[in-house]
Design a protein around this ligand. Structure first.
Ligand code: 5GP
Length: 116
């Protein structure tokens, strides 16, 4: 995808494609993963697509990364037993398919095989 095309997550943020949105603030959105790998599988996504991965986000806007993590905890409190696995795939070889930084929040009965 060229950088001039909006990411799939930007299209969700802009309501161009549907998603089951569970949280939204000025800078962050969260919705259910379309292909869940655990009983609870949410994606927490900064609204900006300026950062492709978590290291870029940490370097460029650490407060926004902190908000992503706080939102993840709040969603785990609401949707499961407050305990969760937080995954940021970074790079295609690590399984990243959407290059608009996002956190996977997994919970609700995890097994070792349920990595996103
Ligand atoms: P990645 O592999 O980049 O870490 O994670 C991308 C995630 O986005 C995948 O778990 C995939 O299931 C999810 N995903 C891809 N397209 C869509 C979509 O259109 N809607 C939703 N809700 N999730 C999506």
């Amino acid at each position: 995808m060229s950088s001039s095309e909006p990411s799939i997550f930007t299209r969700i943020i802009n309501r161009e494609i549907p998603a089951d949105i569970v949280f939204e603030s000025d800078r962050v959105i969260a919705f259910k993963d379309i292909s869940p790998k655990a009983p609870v599988h949410l994606l927490v996504v900064p609204k900006t697509e300026a950062y492709a991965n978590v290291a870029q986000l940490a370097a460029g806007d650490p407060e926004l990364l902190a908000e992503v993590i706080a939102v993840a905890q709040g969603l785990a409190d609401q949707h499961t037993d407050s305990e969760f696995r937080l995954i940021f795939n970074s790079g295609a070889a690590a399984g990243q398919t959407v290059f608009h930084v996002h956190a996977h929040v997994l919970g609700g009965g995890l097994s070792e095989g349920s990595l996103a």
